[in-house]
Design a binder for this molecule. Structure first.
Ligand code: 6PG
Ligand code: NI
Length: 186
């Protein structure tokens, strides 16, 4: 069903949208096969299976010609040194997307199968994902990192692509900041 023209409010304290749409909660157990250290991932699942991120969506439907939005909030943390992140996906028909940093400090990792790109995300940063670039978000700070995503309604989410191809680089918590290591070093 199409929605009328509207205004949507985001409440950063509660992490909610008004009017609200669907909310998705991703726990550690939902991130199987994504962390480099499988044993550390299993241990984190056994140790309370923490919420890693949540995605609150508006009521704009994910259908062609609509322009849905959602706000992702990634908790701070790391597993065996690998910073907490979203699963990451490719849009099956290669549609572009934009993010806007809202609060906290994050990064936008993009991979087109050959090259990797990194956009440092702070409040006010607009990150652009061109068609064909798989994307993953990472919290590189010590507070929750929130960003707005706006994407074509027909974009879809292909998670298998990232499981198969990886994201080019892994993002680790280093001594003096973020460190990158190639997937080929796994
Ligand atoms: C999208 C956006 C974004 C993304 C979330 C969660 O296409 O909808 O890229 O809303 O879905 O940040 O990340 P994952 O979908 O990779 O779990
Ligand atoms: Ni996307």
């Amino acid at each position: 069903l199409p929605v009328p023209p509207m205004s949507i409010r985001f409440d950063p304290a509660g992490g909610t949208l008004q009017p609200e749409g669907p909310t998705l909660t991703r726990r550690m157990s939902d991130l199987e096969g994504l962390f480099r250290d499988h044993a550390a991932w299993e241990q984190a699942v056994a140790d309370g299976d923490p919420v890693v991120y949540s995605v609150v969506s508006s009521r704009v439907p994910e259908v062609e010609r609509e322009l849905p939005q959602s706000i992702t909030t990634i908790q701070p943390g790391s597993t065996a040194g690998e910073l907490w992140m979203t699963k990451g996906h490719q849009h099956p028909n290669h549609q572009g997307e934009i993010y806007l940093g809202i609060s906290g400090h994050g990064g936008l990792l993009m991979f087109n199968g050959t090259e990797t790109e990194w956009v440092d995300m702070t409040p006010g940063t607009i990150g652009y994902m061109p068609p064909g670039w798989a994307h993953r978000s990472i919290n590189v700070g010590d507070e929750p990192y929130s960003f707005l995503a706006v994407y074509p309604g027909g974009a879809g989410h292909d998670y298998g692509w990232v499981l198969e191809h990886g994201m080019g680089r892994r993002v680790l918590a280093g001594e003096t900041g973020v460190e990158f290591v190639d997937y080929s070093a796994d």
